[in-house]
Every structure is written in structure tokens, then in C-alpha cells.
Design a protein around this ligand. Structure first.
Ligand code: FAD
Length: 442
């Protein structure tokens, strides 16, 4: 049966009413972090999720260790989520080393050279999910979580968006909810996006990524390695307690064999592919496999609709931007909705949402296209492609402005010359309320 969080009202209440300012579909790390940001902006939020509240409260480890930028950490800090992470679960990345098959060329980035304590921070995904859930619960009545409901229909009728959900398990009557603004945060394969008629470009890389935690003998010094090998890609991410997160990208046809290896054979193979640089390795926990499909929605905003997290941009993980982009988008959208609420403007109007569309596209599109290009180049094992990647690595290492630009992407720090669109929007004089339905009365 569907459920809702202990302190929250029954999911079945007031079907068809407009009880909230914003309805979010998907209580993943993006949907829940947005709920926190909107609650802090004085809005009433409902989050609809297919998983049970027990699973949300205790998310199972999924093998993903997420590299977060400084900017993403700052967003999480402002939401009070970073402070909830156990210190032992946050691992700083002190340096990054990119190598190309058997070539002696490599590219190296150092936190010290970039004048910062770390290039980024690694945190297990299930921890991010958990703190986002705890943060949403801590917002009390401002966030209503309806768990155990699966969205089936989503549409916009004039002054409201409507969602119809059915119990995720078993039978039961459907639930209809309406709100001035609907946010889809239900993964890169978002049903809500689809039902709203918003298309997406997707690229199936025909590859699978296998992630696993490994313990090892020698110190890793906080260095992350990205090794573009012949036939596969191996990333070694430095975690705490002499452990690394291994990320192996393979042709989908080979992934089953790697997944079927006994745990020690898998660990030995990773150690061997890494040249035994960290000594012997042992598995810690389970392996997890993910098909690699990148997705970019045609629009991030439409009247009464916004897309956030992977529902907006589902990245290939090689450049570690997925959740970072989610958090950047949340910050921008929440600021705009905060300003709209203060000015008494319609939350779901395009005038409110258009700057989010523009800013999120400006930030994400170059990296999305660039990442796909890099993946294409670095997974092509033909000799011309290998020569080009050598040249790219050499050029990146010897051109300080290019290296600086990559470092800024890694850390999420904005260059001094780039204007902050949110500050520009905040500086605009308040617009009169738009015709149509105003913000929900409190
Ligand atoms: C191997 C791997 C490594 C990664 N590494 C990094 C990294 O280093 N750095 C980084 O920034 N990002 C990384 N990412 C990406 C990051 O994990 C995602 O961007 C992030 O988890 C997306 O969060 P989300 O909330 O948008 O979506 P999800 O986590 O997919 O959550 C969506 C939620 O919506 C719910 N839902 C789905 N459909 C429905 C429905 N019909 N009705 C109700 N609820 C629904 C789901 O149950 C789920 O709870 C990585 C991803 C992978 C696979």
C-alpha cells in the first residue's frame, strides 16, 4: 500500500484540490533537494515517489560514488544537507590523472596548483539520497511526501498541472493532484516528461558501467585516475580507509562476463588493469552495473512545468557532472521561484521559468556535448583516434588556459568574467503579477 511519512497527511486526502505551490515527481536526490530549497523559500511542496518511505529513509548502497564540485557542496551546505553527511563518508580528491592506453602521455590536475583544498569531493550516492530525505523531513509541514505512488498521467490544463498516480504496489484508487507548478525529477527515463509531451535527445553508448568498492594495500594519496584503455575505460576514485571506487566501462556484450566473475577474480582483474599501482585489491560489498545512456531534454521549462536532475540532463558519468548539474539547476530554479513568490507572481508562468531554462541550458549544454565527444574519442580504439587523444592530452597539459578551464569544470568554480544570471535577475525591478492564476494564497 502507498504510504506517507509519519508526520505527514494521508496521500488520499483532497484529490483534485490545489493544496500546494509545487508538485515534484521523484524523491531522488534532486527532487528532495529541490523540495528543501523550495521549503526554505517559503513554498509548500508535495513530493510524489514510487518507492516506500522505508526505502527512502534507508536507501540501499548502489555502488555509485558521486564526485561533487565545490559549487555543489556549497549548494548542499546552504540546504543544510552537507552537514548531515558523516565526515568519514566524504573523501577529498587531491589530484586527477588522465592517461591514454599505452601512451606515455598523461594529463594531471592538482588541487594545490589550482589553489584549493580539493578538486572535488566523493560521497556515496545512497548517503546523498539519505541526507536529502532527512532534510525534506526536517522541513516539517512545508514538504509533504507521498511515497508508494507511481505517476501514470501528467498534463497541463490552463491554470494548473495535473498528475494522476496509482499505488506502486497492489491495487487501489488513483490519486489526482493539481498544482500551479509541476516539476519532473523522476530520472533520465522520466515518465512525467514523456506524458507532458516533452521530448529528449538520448544517446545510447552501447556500453555498461560496472561500479565496485575495493580495498587495497598502498596509499592512494587522494588521486583519481581515469585510464582510457584499449577496449575499456577504468576510473579509480580515492575513497577513505584505503579504499577506492572502481568504475569500469565496457562494451555491453562484455559486462555480463565481468559481473559473473567471482569477487576476488574481479578485484584481481581491476588491480591488474591498474598496473598493481595500489597493490593487491579485495572487493568490499557488491558490484552494480548501469547501462550508459545520456539524455538531454528538449526543454527544461514549459508553462506550469520544469524539469530538474536527470529528467532534464542525464549525463555520461565520465565527467562526473550529473548530480552537480542537478544541484546547480535546483539553486537557480529555487531562487527564481522565491523571487516570484515574493513579488506575487505566478509560479508556473513562463516569465518565471524562462531564466531557468536559459541558465540551465547555458551551463549544461556545452558540457553535455563535450562529454559525449570525449566519450566518442576516448572509446574509439582505431589508430587515428588514439593519435588525436594523445594530441588532446598533450595540448591540454601544455595550454594553461585550457587546463584552467578544465579545472574550473572539475571544481565548479565560475570564472571571474562570467556574470551570475541569478544576480542579474534579482536586480530587475519586480514585474506586476501576470494575468492567470496567482501564487497560491498561504
Ligand atoms: C555509475 C554512475 C556514476 C555517477 N557518478 C557521478 C558523479 O561522479 N558525479 C555526479 O554529479 N553525478 C554522477 N552520476 C549521476 C547521478 O547519480 C545522477 O545525476 C543523480 O543520481 C540523479 O538524481 P535524480 O534525483 O535526478 O534521479 P534519480 O536518482 O534517478 O531519482 C529519480 C526518482 O524518481 C522516482 N521515480 C521514477 N519514476 C517515477 C514515477 N513514475 N512515479 C514516481 N516516482 C518515480 C524514482 O524511484 C527515484 O527515486 C553517476 C551516475 C552513475 C550511473
Amino acid at each position: 500500500m502507498p504510504d506517507s511519512s509519519a508526520s505527514l497527511p494521508s496521500p488520499a486526502d483532497q484529490p483534485g484540490e490545489l493544496p500546494q505551490d509545487v508538485l515534484i515527481v521523484g524523491a531522488g536526490p534532486a527532487g528532495l533537494a529541490l523540495a528543501c530549497a523550495l521549503a526554505d523559500a517559503g513554498l509548500q511542496v508535495t513530493v510524489l515517489e514510487q518507492q516506500s518511505s522505508e526505502r527512502l529513509a534507508e536507501p540501499a548502497p548502489d555502488g555509485r560514488d558521486i564526485a561533487l564540485t565545490h559549487r555543489a557542496r556549497d549548494v548542499m551546505r546552504r540546504l543544510g544537507l552537507w552537514q548531515r553527511l558523516p565526515e568519514a563518508e566524504v573523501a577529498p580528491i587531491r589530484a586527477a590523472h588522465v592517461s591514454n592506453a599505452n601512451s606515455p602521455r598523461f594529463l594531471r590536475f592538482d588541487a594545490q596548483a589550482a589553489d584549493c583544498e580539493a578538486l572535488g569531493f566523493l560521497v556515496p550516492n545512497h548517503r546523498l539520497r539519505r541526507v536529502a530525505y532527512e532534510g525534506a523531513l526536517a522541513r516539517g509541514a512545508a514538504v509533504r511526501l507521498l511515497a508508494g505512488w507511481q505517476v501514470r498521467e501528467a498534463r497541463v490544463d490552463g491554470d494548473a498541472a495535473t498528475v494522476v498516480a496509482a499505488p506502486a504496489q497492489g491495487d487501489g484508487p488513483a490519486l489526482t493532484l493539481r498544482a500551479p507548478l509541476l516539476v519532473a525529477a523522476d530520472s533520465r527515463f522520466s515518465i512525467t516528461r514523456r506524458r507532458l509531451g516533452i521530448g529528449a535527445n538520448s544517446r545510447d553508448f552501447g556500453r555498461t558501467v560496472i561500479v565496485a568498492r575495493l580495498a587495497h594495500e598502498r596509499e592512494h594519496d587522494g588521486t583519481a585516475h581515469e585510464c582510457f584503455r584499449l577496449g575499456n575505460t577504468l576510473a579509480i576514485l580515492p575513497m577513505n580507509d584505503r579504499q577506492v571506487s572502481a568504475v569500469v566501462t565496457l562494451r555491453a556484450s562484455e559486462a555480463d562476463a565481468w559481473m559473473a566473475l567471482p569477487p576476488q577474480a574481479f578485484a584481481d582483474r581491476v588491480a591488474e588493469q591498474f598496473g598493481h599501482r595500489l597493490g593487491a585489491m579485495q572487493m568490499v560489498g557488491e558490484r552494480h552495473a548501469y547501462p550508459l545512456v545520456a539524455v538531454y531534454a528538449h526543454r527544461f521549462a514549459a508553462p506550469r512545468v520544469a524539469l530538474i536532475g536527470d529528467a532534464a540532463v542525464g549525463m555520461h558519468p565520465v565527467t562526473a557532472h550529473g548530480y552537480n548539474f542537478g544541484l546547480y539547476g535546483i539553486e537557480v530554479l529555487a531562487d527564481l521561484l522565491d523571487q516570484a513568490r515574493r513579488a506575487g507572481r505566478d509560479l508556473g508562468a513562463m516569465a518565471t521559468l524562462a531564466p531557468f531554462e536559459l541558465e540551465h541550458r547555458r551551463v549544461t549544454l556545452p558540457i553535455y556535448l563535450g562529454t559525449n565527444l570525449v566519450v566518442g574519442l576516448f572509446t574509439d580504439d582505431r589508430p587515428p583516434a588514439r593519435l588525436v587523444r594523445d594530441a588532446v592530452l598533450a595540448a591540454s597539459d601544455h595550454l594553461p588556459p585550457l587546463k584552467d578551464a578544465i579545472t574550473r569544470q572539475l571544481t565548479g568554480r565560475r570564472p571571474g568574467w562570467m556574470p551570475d544570471l541569478r544576480k542579474l535577475v534579482a536586480a530587475l525591478p519586480p514585474l506586476p503579477p501576470l494575468p492567470g492564476r496567482p501564487t497560491m494564497p498561504r
